[in-house]
Design a protein around this ligand. Structure first.
Ligand SMILES: Nc1ncnc2c1ncn2[C@@H]1O[C@H](COP(=O)(O)OP(=O)(O)O)[C@@H](O)[C@H]1O
Ligand SMILES: [Mg+2]
Length: 139
């Protein structure tokens, strides 16, 4: 299980993750979608312990994730993820893929989860105008 609570991440004065909370159950697949610059990659780096966070908490199977400044390459990251089982957070621009494989989809905007729900809800029938606008642009 991956638990993300009130996480904030800044680069200098620029706060790019602004209070993200998300719990991913064991075996659950959550896709994160959103425009370029919304913070998807940064959030993933924080979850993988590759970037330090300024506030909040991230735990994987109850163990707190700490940023590692050196020596964690992509292969190690993939090993960590596969050791976690099938629990997955996926960042993708492939909306059809996200719809197919995800239990939940989170639409990220300006470092915040703007809308989250089942693929049918978020991709099929978005409630927020910003989500609908993003989907119109990429689909
Ligand atoms: N290492 C960094 N130093 C400074 N700013 C960064 C760095 N990485 C990302 N950013 C900024 O953080 C914001 C989010 O970027 P990013 O997480 O790459 O978004 P996405 O993956 O959704 O395109 C952008 O404004 C980007 O310019
Ligand atoms: Mg990115």
């Amino acid at each position: 299980m991956i638990e993300i609570k009130d996480v904030r991440k800044s680069f200098g004065l620029l706060e790019v993750i602004r209070g993200v909370s998300l719990t991913v159950r064991k075996g659950e697949v959550v896709s994160i979608i959103g425009s370029s610059g919304s913070g998807k990659s940064t959030l993933l780096m924080c979850i993988n312990g590759l970037e330090m966070i300024q506030a909040g908490r991230i735990t994987v199977d109850g163990t707190e994730v700490h940023a590692r400044s050196t020596d964690l390459n992509h292969l190690d990251t993939l090993r960590l993820l596969s050791a976690e089982g099938m629990t997955m957070i996926v960042v993708t621009h492939e909306i059809a893929f996200a719809r197919e494989v995800s239990h939940r989809v989170a639409f990220l905007q300006s470092g915040q989860i703007h809308e989250i729900g089942s693929p049918e809800q978020v991709i099929g029938n978005p409630q927020r105008p910003e989500t609908a606008e993003f989907l119109r642009a990429v689909l």
